[in-house]
Design a protein around this ligand. Structure first.
Ligand code: AMP
Length: 245
């Protein structure tokens, strides 16, 4: 009888433990870091992923461009670096991003980061902010350099809502007009072949080392991005599902 009671108590403890562990795992807000060279498809995939997971998509490039459009002090400083294909100084980007997250109270629900972090310093600062309260996944979109140049130089973007298009692979229904909001489409000043070269150099020097950083923390998942964007998306969703279950 005593043994049966002991066994029963043990079973209750184990079931309670597993349930609490699962609950605590699920309840952590999710932060997804979308990585990849310029032109790898981060923006396009983040837009879809944001809809599918119901998580806000935060692009530091979009936030910076918004500041440039609004001619803010931050925008004026950032413009010079962006037009040359260089990185905007860490402190400016970090403050801008964290202010944005605070103002929208995104900390409670989690988010998808597009274009951040781009340096080890940014990654360390993000880790300090997130601590252990979040489930964090870094997804790297792997793509060959030949494909990058084609994607970048054919890319178009909506002036109003930032939706990305491509002259050949993702044209708008009506030339020059955004399908979603009717806004004017334009080619980013930094999407020329010349600026792209400098962006790629910066990526290889400052951002690529982040792959090892997240690999060492066992937080990195590589996705082949040379294939059709729908397949890329399916693979991202499968990976995210596996990690959060
Ligand atoms: P993107 O739209 O992500 O391609 O970013 C466009 C440009 O904005 C980059 O080439 C950088 O000049 C700047 N930028 C965006 N995110 C960051 C970041 N995390 N750190 C520094 N510069 C950034």
């Amino acid at each position: 009888m005593k043994n049966i009671i002991l066994l029963f108590a043990l079973a209750v403890v184990v079931i309670f433990g597993i349930t609490t562990y699962r609950k605590s795992k699920q309840e952590k807000p999710l932060v997804i870091i979308m990585m990849g060279a310029p032109g790898a498809g981060k923006g396009t995939q983040c837009v879809e992923l944001s809809k599918s997971l119901n998580l806000p998509h935060i692009s530091t490039g979009d936030l910076l461009r918004e500041n440039i459009r609004n001619k803010t002090e931050l925008g004026n400083i950032a413009k010079e670096s962006i037009d040359k294909g260089l990185l905007v100084p860490d402190k400016i980007v970090i403050d801008m991003l964290f202010n944005h997250i605070n103002s929208k109270a995104y900390d409670k629900i989690g988010y998808i980061l597009d274009g951040f972090p781009r340096t080890i310093n940014q990654a360390v600062t993000l880790d300090q902010r997130l601590g252990k309260k979040y489930k964090k996944i870094a997804i790297n979109l792997n793509i060959s350099e030949d494909q990058l140049i084609e994607r970048i130089t054919g890319r178009l973007m909506c002036k109003e809502c930032g939706t990305p298009y491509h002259k050949v692979s993702l044209p708008p229904k009506e030339e020059g007009k955004c399908d979603k909001c009717g806004g004017e489409l334009y080619q980013r000043k930094d999407d020329t072949e010349e600026v792209f070269k400098s962006r790629l150099e910066v990526y290889n020097k400052d951002t690529k080392p982040l792959l090892e950083f997240y690999e060492n923390k066992k937080e990195l998942y590589n996705i082949d991005s040379n294939v059709d964007k729908k397949v890329v998306f399916e693979n991202i969703v499968k990976t995210v599902d596996k990690v959060i279950k």
